[in-house]
Design a protein around this ligand. Structure first.
Ligand code: TXA
Ligand code: MG
Length: 326
């Protein structure tokens, strides 16, 4: 059941307990309602994708209460420092290189080496983040493919029964999502237009003696839409060759199992021995990173059902297995 509670100290305390326990809480921000989970808990993040019925693992924005907390997770660049000083807290999301000690689950960043961070301005969101004490991963709180919610009732209509709690803070101030800016290079790149407009960004960069030209986002994959930067080809792909839907591995392959298909090794490698798609989603990117670090040339993956979260898992695997566009 999904509870709907007005924002108060009590409901924020409830929300905090739910987040700590790996549950899902929708909350208002100054842009749109977000669907939050503990960003460091891969299982909790997997349930965001399940609740939204998202067919792809788009990376999620991690929300934190302070600028310092953000720069502890992602590497500060001069562009990031200038934009943070000018617009945080507020409707801008900065994409930074993940700090090497960043504790955020790999699923939150969809296996990317970059992390999207936002310090929201909404006073109650701030209170929730401070009380929770850690980063909260949150996409907009709507079913995949539907428009973003600007009221608690919109969230209820689309996610009732699929999440634990909705904090009702009335209508969102803007209803337009945050502007997303990649700050990892020497030129800012606007990945998604939003609450903070281009001219304001140019003005701030110029005032800080930084390159005021805005770079172009990388070309999207043929099957992605331009509004979803997370689906861009910059997605993490392992170095090893991947073969999918494999029940019996070849001699030179290491097999990652699922369900009744056991993987290679004494402690068989598996995305989920129970055949649990949520567990598989939570493990997927970690496992790909680990196998890559082992420098294995060939990896085979057992078939994963295409139902529920399986659609996103298969989408991701298909991308990881596709010929590299170098
Ligand atoms: O205003 C907002 O940004 C709202 C509130 C809740 O904060 N959130 C939101 O999240 O709109 P979502 O998931 O609906 O959109 C976030 C976008 C996605 O298109 C995703 O691809 C992109 O951010 N994104 C997240 N992490 C990224 C990364 N590391 N690199 C590039 N794009 C990223
Ligand atoms: Mg969205």
């Amino acid at each position: 059941m999904t509870e709907l509670l007005p924002l108060s100290n009590q409901s924020i305390a409830n929300a905090t307990s739910i987040l700590h326990a790996g549950g899902l809480v929708a909350f208002p921000t100054e842009t749109v309602y977000g669907l939050g989970a503990d960003a460091c808990n891969a299982n909790a993040v997997a349930s965001i994708f399940a609740a939204k019925k998202r067919p792809k693992f788009n990376p999620l924005i991690s929300h934190v209460a302070t600028v310092d907390a953000a720069f502890a997770l992602g590497r500060k660049t001069p562009i990031a420092a200038a934009l943070a000083a000018a617009f945080w807290p507020g409707p801008i999301t900065l994409v930074l290189t993940r700090d090497e000690h960043c504790p955020i689950a790999r699923l939150t960043t969809a296996g990317l080496n970059k992390i999207a961070l936002r310090v929201p301005a909404h006073a109650e969101t701030q209170r929730l983040l401070t009380t929770f004490g850690g980063p909260v991963a949150a996409p907009s709180a709507n079913r995949s493919g539907k428009i973003s919610p600007s009221r608690a009732t919109h969230v209820m209509q689309s996610l009732a029964g699929r999440i634990d709690l909705i904090l009702d803070g009335g209508a969102c101030e803007s209803g337009v999502e945050s502007t997303i800016v990649d700050c990892t290079g020497t030129q800012a790149i606007i990945l998604r237009p939003g609450g903070v407009i281009r001219d304001e960004i140019i003005h701030v960069l110029a005032a800080a003696n930084l390159d005021p030209n805005i770079g172009n986002p990388p070309a999207p994959d043929s099957d992605s839409t331009p509004v979803s930067p997370g689906q861009l080809s910059s997605h993490y792909a392992p170095n090893a060759a991947l073969r999918l839907n494999v029940e019996t591995a070849a001699n030179d392959e290491i097999l990652v199992g699922f369900g009744s298909i056991a993987g290679s090794g004494d402690q068989p490698l598996s995305l989920s021995t129970k055949g649990d798609l949520s567990e598989a989603a939570a493990k997927l990117f970690d496992l790909l990173h680990k196998l890559d670090a082992m420098k294995l040339p060939k990896i085979a993956i057992a078939p994963i059902p295409r139902t529920g979260l399986g659609e996103a898992i298969n989408d991701r695997l298909r991308r990881a297995a596709a010929p590299r566009q170098l």
